[in-house]
Design a protein around this ligand. Sequence first.
Ligand code: NMX
Ligand code: MLT
Length: 436
Amino acid sequence: MSTLKEKFKAKADEQAARVRKLMQEYGHTKIGEITLSQVYQGMRGVIGLVTETSLLDPNEGIRFRGYSIPQLRKQLPKAPGGHEPLPEGLFYLMLLGELPTEQDVIDMSNAWGRRSHVPNHVFDAIDALPLSTHPMTMFTIGIMAMQTESRFAKAYASGKIGKADYWDYTFEDAMNLIARLPRIAAYIYRRKYKGGDNIQPDHSLDWAANFAHMLGYDDESFYELMRLYMTIHADHEGGNVSAHTVHLVGSALSDPYLAFSAGMNGLAGPLHGLANQEVIKWIKNMQQELGGGLPGKEQIAAFVHKTLSEGKVIPGYGHAVLRQTDPRFLAQMDFAKKHLPDDELVNLVWRIYEVVPPILQELGKVKNPWPNVDAHSGALLEHYGLVEYEFYTVLFGVSRSLGVLASLCWDRALGLPIERPKSVTTEWLEQFVKGQ
Ligand code: NMX
Ligand code: MLT
């Protein structure tokens, strides 16, 4: 029976041959056009990347290797007695392009358990930071400190490996990083918010449940939330800031630790992953201003208008590519209806969902007035007592490792080159349009 790595290599060889054939036969075929506006507007809609792990449809949302979130919630293996998918299975699917068996998922869990040791100097590096440091800064510094462990960097520096070997060392680093991130993240949480009272891992638990355990939340329903959370945040095709950054930095053959940490710095921006903390902060401000509890729709609308009039965005709403309610929002709503339908904050999130889209639509400029993944996640975490909202983006980051590191394995297996698109000046564009 072949190992995960051998299976990946076999799939990668097949795919590399497929790509070579496609390039040979259709290398000159045009697949799109670019307008001048797109160059200034974040390259929206420009196809410029290949990411094998997932694909986004503006209306249907994300599909991981062709499977939608509702399909994965049904079809991926679950923990005994559980109903949410195990993220180990999603990683297997993204890496290999096929659904795992129950045994594949157990094997993945065990492999990550074996690889999960974090060296002490990583904790020392985090401990050197003042407690006031944002958890995302602690997280990226922890990842950077762990770069000493990169197999890729060591092998490259030895001069003994060539291009055909890069995928192997990238795979090793990716597996080790994924295995270790929950420990680093939990360490940060316990240090910053629980007086440094750390909780040792329990490797009899699956990856997400063990993460919940190390954070200090040992409750089957929170384990289920973490399994769902780690699954739905894992990947969102290749152009989002975190995924694109990991791909870009990795293309310089910076090792997976360097590349992933760079991606996490992108996730830490308020228009990307940090929006999950911004949502809860914004809702708390609303409650404070409106006297607490569950405000009425008119009160919410007035607060939304006030936020907009201050020149701010409504966090958790809008998207660069999606044009409908994010299925990741809906998956969380479904979870909440099952596990915590009467929670006040969750009901406020649902009421905001009724109020915000028509207001954003009225502005006439917002391309997507619907909620994204970040509009819901904080309220679920709050329900279980994880109220320290500055930590929320770290949870997103641990999950995002699954998609971006599976993709990094593919990048090296397909031998993708250094990324280097062309840039021009405004003067160049002015000259270009004059010549039309
Ligand atoms: N509230 C207010 N205005 C908005 C919003 C919003 N939620 N979303 C877009 N707009 C504005 C946007 O600022 C821009 O205004 P202007 O022309 O004055 O600069 C205009 O609408 C057009 O923007 P779009 O083309 O609709 O959006 P874009 O693709 O540029 O940006 C986001 C996408 C996600 C950055 C934007 O919708 C936003 O800032 N949302 C709030 C932050 C957020 O929830 N981010 C999380 C995204 C998901 N994730 O986890 O990464
Ligand atoms: C993501 O999950 O990365 C966000 O929804 C942002 C994006 O896809 O652009």
